[in-house]
Ligand binder design. Structure first.
Ligand code: TA6
Length: 285
């Protein structure tokens, strides 16, 4: 069946055989398969039942904050890194279905915790098509005051060996901040990025808004983004990965995080204003 709803997740299946699974916990996409191959990484040590603060893998949603570089406003300082929506139980609102072309589902976030005194509408549309997965985050300021936030899709992209990939498209002259080097602002020279050690980089206003992960064996995935103008590239390697309690052994060898977002500063929406951040993941066919 094209859309299977169960108590914790929704499974989408196309006539092409492409599938996706989205957990209502955090509206986290935990699986995306094309031609039988899993394209997302989820640590086998990750809890999927909401018993832990987040799912270690898939596409966690970071909102209303991401974390450094910019310092959080004082009223956001108490929020956990990457915000709370990835730990909330979202609800399925809408299904648009065409078994051949694609299936879209729209999920709605619950209201913020009482102590977060801002009002917003937060919707997430996930669309599965034969060789693409798109994820659109829609924010509306429904309050009477300006609303500021960061938003990012923390995609864990599955690769055979993170040391045998190149990340292309980061842009010549793009400003970036190195979270492994005191958040120093540097300028990228346009070269391809290889993972030879821990990488935790925030690229600001990536010019082409299209990044390609190429594997040495010819595999690839293209990440296009709109509204989300920035992108983090992250892989902890063993140095930091071994200290993550929900990271499977050597899990860092099997993913690269390319994370489109609006994170270089806080986006400010006036009352009634809205923001749309889009990510389109494509694999060759
Ligand atoms: O996006 C990169 C990053 O911010 C890293 O600095 C690392 O903290 C990673 O996210 C994982 O964060 P999490 O809060 O999911 O453990």
């Amino acid at each position: 069946m094209p859309v299977e709803e169960n108590d914790k997740s929704i499974v989408l299946r196309l006539a092409s055989g492409a599938t996706a699974e989205i957990y209502l916990f955090g509206a986290t996409v935990t699986s995306w398969k094309v031609e039988g191959k899993e394209r997302l990484f989820v640590s086998s040590k990750s809890a999927l039942d909401g018993s832990k603060a987040e799912i270690r893998g898939g596409i966690p949603i970071c909102f209303p904050i991401f974390g450094p570089p910019p310092p959080s406003p004082p009223e956001y300082a108490a929020l956990q890194q990457h915000g709370y929506v990835r730990s909330q139980n979202w609800s399925l609102e809408h299904i648009i279905m065409d078994r051949e072309e694609g299936i879209s589902i729209r999920l709605s976030a619950p209201p913020p915790p009482a102590e977060f005194n801002h009002e917003y509408s937060l919707k997430y549309v996930v669309t599965l098509s034969p060789h693409q997965l798109s994820t659109d985050l829609h924010v509306v300021n429904t309050g009477k005051e300006d609303f500021k936030f960061q938003a990012l899709l923390h995609s864990y992209l599955a690769v055979k060996d993170s040391k045998k990939i190149v990340v292309k498209g980061l842009g010549n002259g793009t400003e970036w901040q190195d979270k492994t080097d005191g958040l120093k602002v540097k300028v990228w020279d346009g070269s391809d990025l290889r993972i030879t050690k821990e990488v935790d980089a925030v690229f600001r206003k990536v010019p082409g808004q299209e990044i390609v992960v190429l594997e040495d064996d010819g595999g690839s995935i293209t990440i296009r983004f709109r509204g989300f103008e920035d992108s983090t590239v992250w892989n902890p390697q063993e140095k930091s990965g071994k200290n993550m309690i929900d990271m499977e052994e050597n899990g860092w060898d099997r993913y690269i995080c390319v994370e489109p977002g609006y994170v270089r500063e806080f986006k400010i929406l006036a009352p009634g204003e809205e923001f749309l951040g889009q990510q389109i993941l494509t694999v060759p066919h």
